[in-house]
Design a protein around this ligand. Structure first.
Ligand code: SME
Length: 181
C-alpha cells in the first residue's frame, strides 16, 4: 500500500526548515544570514576603522539585517559608566552604571547576556516599553571593555543561539578592525 505523506512529500527538494515550519502552521522565522552581515561589516571597517563611524553604520546594518528589532546600538565605557553611543531606535537612557540592567550586567560579568523575556530579568532598564527580549555583547580593546553592543526586540525569545554566535563574531570583527582609542 502506498504510504501517505502528511507533512512533506518531496523531502529531497523541500526539506528546509522554513518550508516545514510553514507546513506545520508555524510563523516563518526570518533568519539572518550572518555570512553576508559579516562581509558587509568588514567592508565598512575597511573603508573607515574609526570606532564612531563603524558603530554608526553597523547599528544601521543590524537594524536592516535582523527582523523584528526596535533598538540596536552601542554603549561606550566612559569614566567607568556606560554612556549611550551610536544607535538606531527611539532615544534611550544615557547612562547605565556597572551591574545595572542587562548592559551593566554584561559589563560587570564580561560576558554576552541573552534575555528571552526582559520582564523576567531583575533590574532590567526599560528605555523603550516596546522591548520584550534583548541581547548584549561586550566589546574589548586593549584588554578592557570599551563598549557593549545592545539589541532589543518587541518579540519574546527573539534571539537564538545562532544570533548570539553571529553577533559575537560581528563584535570580534569590531574588536580586531575598529580603532577604539
Ligand atoms: N535595556 C537595557 C537598557 C538600554 S536600552 O535597552 C536601549 C538594560 O537593561 O541595560
Amino acid at each position: 500500500m502506498k504510504k501517505v505523506c502528511r507533512l512533506n512529500c518531496n523531502l529531497t527538494t523541500k526539506h528546509d526548515a522554513a518550508y516545514i515550519m510553514r507546513r506545520i502552521g508555524m510563523k516563518e522565522v526570518n533568519m539572518t544570514n550572518y555570512d553576508i552581515l559579516l562581509k558587509q561589516a568588514d567592508e565598512l571597517l575597511e573603508s573607515e576603522p574609526w570606532a564612531v563611524s563603524a558603530m554608526s553604520n553597523i547599528s544601521s546594518l543590524i537594524m536592516q539585517s535582523l527582523a523584528d528589532l526596535n533598538w540596536a546600538g552601542f554603549y561606550l565605557v566612559r569614566n567607568g559608566v556606560l554612556t549611550v553611543g551610536p544607535f538606531q531606535g527611539k532615544p534611550a537612557c544615557i547612562h547605565i552604571q556597572p551591574g545595572k540592567g542587562v548592559c551593566g550586567t554584561a559589563l560587570q560579568k564580561d560576558e554576552t547576556i541573552l534575555v528571552p523575556d526582559v520582564h523576567e530579568f531583575p533590574g532590567h532598564i526599560a528605555c523603550d516599553s516596546a522591548s520584550n527580549s534583548e541581547i548584549v555583547v561586550p566589546i574589548h580593546s586593549n584588554g578592557r571593555i570599551a563598549a557593549v553592543l545592545d539589541i532589543d526586540s518587541p518579540l519574546k525569545n527573539r534571539f537564538s543561539v545562532a544570533d548570539k554566535a553571529g553577533l559575537e563574531q560581528l563584535v570580534k570583527l569590531l574588536e580586531e578592525k575598529g580603532e577604539w582609542s
